[in-house]
Design a protein around this ligand. Sequence first.
Ligand SMILES: N[C@@H](CCC(=O)N[C@@H](CS)C(=O)NCC(=O)O)C(=O)O
Length: 223
Amino acid sequence: MPPGMKLDLFAHPFSSYCQKVLIALYENATPFTFRLLGPDDPVTFAEFAAIWPIMRMPLLIDGRRRVMESTVIIEHLGIHHPGPVRLIPADPAAALEARMLDRFFDNYVMTPMQKIVGDHLRPEDERDPRGVADAHDLLETAYRWLKAHLDGRTWATGRSFSIADCAAAPALLYADWVHPIADDLAPVRGYRARLLARPSFARAVDEARPYRPLFPPGAPDRD
Ligand SMILES: N[C@@H](CCC(=O)N[C@@H](CS)C(=O)NCC(=O)O)C(=O)O
């Protein structure tokens, strides 16, 4: 029995962590209300900030439950609003693998990508060249690990689309914009292309297209 009749997602379409959760919602056609966190709506933003002073989106409201952190939101959806696509595998060992890879994409692709993007928002004299250089190194190492990991796999864990792919899709979309995936990493480029072709992510990418001019380092003229 779902804990709440109505789901509200505080989010922005261009945000990578919000896209991660949007993929999960779209995979199972889960109905929800999109509470857009934009500069034109200070009331919605104030509501969000009052609930979650950490102010990192997305935030899910499910009845009286407030669920923060993209990974936990996807876990919550799987428990309380399951659909035909199981993003956390039923087998515990397979679930652990999916969770491990979700951590890989958040910590070693999304985080360095955000570091590079975020540096562009800083005033010139507050930039962090060393931190940005470390972020580029980490992305390169992560791409190369992923190339070997993907051998024989369609999706991050193998044949089934999972929470790890929800994390991977926006992480690799934007990471490739700030640190292009080299030509010799064909399996990683191919995986990114498969993610972009997945209808749930294609929809999220299309919904975010109008915001591309806002990408701090400048968005390339391609997906
Ligand atoms: N660990 C969080 C990270 C969320 C996060 O970093 N969200 C970004 C948008 S992609 C955000 O809210 N940034 C606003 C800010 O840094 O002020 C999660 O998984 O949900």
